[in-house]
Structure formats: C-alpha cells, structure tokens
Design a protein around this ligand. Sequence first.
Ligand code: FES
Length: 523
Amino acid sequence: MFTATGVNETDLKAKSRKVVRRAGKQVLLIAAQDKLFAIANRCPHEGYPLSEGTEGPGCVLTCNWHNWKFDLASGRALVGRDPVRTYPVEIRAGEIFVDLSDLPAEVQRKRALDGLVAAMRYNDAPRMAREVARLERAGFDASLALTHALGALNERLEFGTTHAHGAASDWLTLAERAPSDAERLAAMIEPLSHLAWDTVGARRYPYAEDVTSWNANGFLAAVEAENETAAIALLRGALRDGVSYSEIYAALGRAALAHYADFGHSAIYTRKTAQLIDHLGPDAALPVLLALVRSLVNGTREERLPEFRFYDKARAGWNGEGDLPARAEDFIGLSIDAALARALQSSRRPPRELYDALLGAAAWNLLHFDLSFDSATDKQIADNVSWLDFTHALTFANAARHICAEQPDLWPNALLQLALFVGRNKGYVSAQQDVGAFVIADRATFIAHHMAGLYDHGIVEPIIACHRLKMLFALEDELSAAPDAPWADVMCAAMNRYLNTPQKRHHGLRLATQAQDFIAREG
Ligand code: FES
C-alpha cells in the first residue's frame, strides 16, 4: 500500500534527496538522473545514514563510512555485501508516494538464506548474524538457517562431517537455554561460523546420486571397503524407502566402532549427527547423513598404526571370561598394549565397571597432562600433543556409551578403544604436579558458569570453542547418567584445569624445527 511522503516531486528534484519517517522506517528519497528512488536510509552494513552518501554516475550511491556502493534501482550492493531495501515509488498529483509494505515472508526468507550462504562463502560472520536476524524478523526460526546452510555447503566438505557438525547440536541446546535473545542468536551463529570456517575457499566435492535399496550389511561392507559411492547409494535408498532413523543409526554406530576410526571421531560424529537431526528435523537428515557417511568411509583406521596394532588381537581375544574387578588405578600409567591386556582381564565384568575404570584413567590423564608437550619445539611430530588429544577420550566415551546402549555387542570395541586413549596418553602426563587447586566443590555451578561463558567466549578458532562446549555437554551428560561415578571428582577437576589453562595455538618454532628435521632426512 502506497503512503504519502509529503514531499513534492519538484522540490525533491531541486534538493536531490530527503529523508522521511513513515511506519517506523527511515526512507531516503533521491532524485538522480531524472529518476526518483526510495531506499532504506540505514546502510545494511552497519546502519549509518545513506543520506550522507555520495551519488555517482549510473545511479549509484556510495556509503561514505566503508565505501559500499548501491545500485539505487535494484538495491544491489555493487561493492560490499548486503543489498539495501528499495521501495516502489509513485507520483500522485505531484506528490511522492512510496510503498513501504513488508516484502512477503517467503521473499524475505529466500533473501536471508541466499545472503547467509553468500556470507558463509566469504566467512563473513557479521553478515551471517545479520541474515539470521533478518530471517527471525521475517517470522522464521533461526534453526532454519543452519538446516539450509548444511545443505547448501555440504558438497564443500571434502571429507564429510567436521567438528562444525559435531558441535552443532550442543550449540542448539545452548541456544535453547539462552537467558536472552542476543545470547540465543550468538549460540545459533556459532555452528554457521564454524561451517563457514571449514568450507571457505573449498571447491565442490559432489556426492554420488545413485540409489540402492537399503541393506545394513551391504552398507557396512561398503564403508569397510571405503566405497563412498556404494555407501551413499544405500543411505539414499534408506531415506527414500523410509527406513527408520534408529535402523540407520544402528548401522552407522556399528560402522563407526568397527575401527579406532579417526581417533574416535567417527563415533563422536555419529552420535552428534543423530542429536543434530533430532534438533533440526528430517529436512536436515540427508545432508548431515551424507556428510557422516563420507567421513566414515574416509576415516583413518588408526589401529593400523604400529603403536595400536595390538588392538585387533585384543578384540579377537575378548572372550568374556576375564573376571578381574576393574578400577581407574589399574589402568593409570599402563602402556597401550598393557591397557588392552588389562581390559581383557575384566571382559566378563559388567561393561559399566570397565567403562568407569577406563574413563577414570582418562580423567586422571587429562588432569595430569604434562604441559611441556604443549609448548615443546624440539620434539618429533609424533609427540605433537595438545589438550585435544586428552579431551577426546571423554567425548568419545560419551558417544560410545550411547551407541553401546542400543547395541551392547559393541561394548568390547568401545572399551578397548577407550583403552587405546588411556595407553596412548600415558606418555604425556606428569604425576609430579599439584592439582589440588582444581578440585570442584559444586559441579552444577561449575558447569553452568562455563556454559554461560560460551555465549561470548572470545576465541577466534571455532574448533577450540566447540571443544569446550562439547566437553561441558559430555561431562554434564555423564554426570547425569552416573552422578556417583568413581571418576566424577577427578573428571571435574580435570575439566577445570583444561578450561582454565591457556592453550598455545600457534607453533611457529616447532613447525620450523620439524620441517628442517624432515627435509634433512628426506634425502
Ligand atoms: S555503514 Fe555503510 S558501508 Fe559501512
């Protein structure tokens, strides 16, 4: 509906521009090259007044604050990113009328989602935030932005699922718990920023389009054979034929735990993918499952590395006859092979007992991480160890416990892989340090405090913030399942140390030293 502006056409042509306020909007009327234009006066970049801008040839207006340039007819940003809103103009008896009606919701939705994807291609976080806010203002749920982005950028993921997916469901939960609208939006934007970080500059890696009727064993064989095309075809068949998510998740969990895959990431991603689909609904299922299958197919089978090779023998030797009670103390300080052998001695014990023992040892390792390895510049690449080598024992355990709750026959795989974490990290701890200061008196307050800090974490790299988030949610979930677990105090203290110790994120000297060493031996 057109609204009178009270501005005469002749007057405007004489003055060239005028700002009017109607229906809560600031509208800039501009006469340029014998044409009249009406646009939003607030620059879509940071809101400064376009009425102060400079008009150039071809009906282009430059915002003088950061030099964005707008085509007055279409609103398109010729330099810069977001377009400016334009309004239809009519002249009635010499007076200028403008149509300030909101665009149809579907048009706003499409513009916001297109703008979001464009912003993500440049990893432009401020524009991502603006587009999600525009989507919400048009009446849509912000989670639609994530569903859309996961689909739009899925082919940019060369190896499928990343921690952007792995943390997304926890960010959504954090958003649900947000005490304010701004904090909710901040949490919603995190997985978008992370996905943008992981895909910026990437070329397309399309997924195969073949579709084959679902067959769980065939799917497992395809993943085992690292045949992405066949595995994807079976997944597409499962979704086409309405196979239940629980059946699909069962096969995915089995594939994830078939190996010590990507140091446990496959299990973590599998669990988190299921949670993400729960949050976002079936529209997100295809892209996130495609990405997950790709990551499972491409996952490194770490047990093929020399230090982990006893895993296969241990798995084959798991006969359910070992009846030795298990405690964390039994595993602390054991090598990889010794930890596997010790686990076999408890193969008949309830899985929960061995799980608590191994998780307790993993917590002790985290609490006693020797920080000299974090800062070292003179060690071999194999000794490039960081906090994340320790934190994944907890997030893996949490994911594996849920997978095994549905498929108990996978417990031996999960427990022996947890033993690999424990044994592997044993070489990077120091028992000779005072950790008493990290004891937590009030677990719930501790977790709530650190979760609240994530709305404004101030960390540049998404991967660091997302691990803090995932650790807190894993801890919360584990404590909820077993508040009296024997590892609870040690794990909370370990988490406290992890969250309150600065992490060295750039290793320039280490990089140079190891490069020189490598080249000298290259021959
Ligand atoms: S506010 Fe207009 S270009 Fe930045």
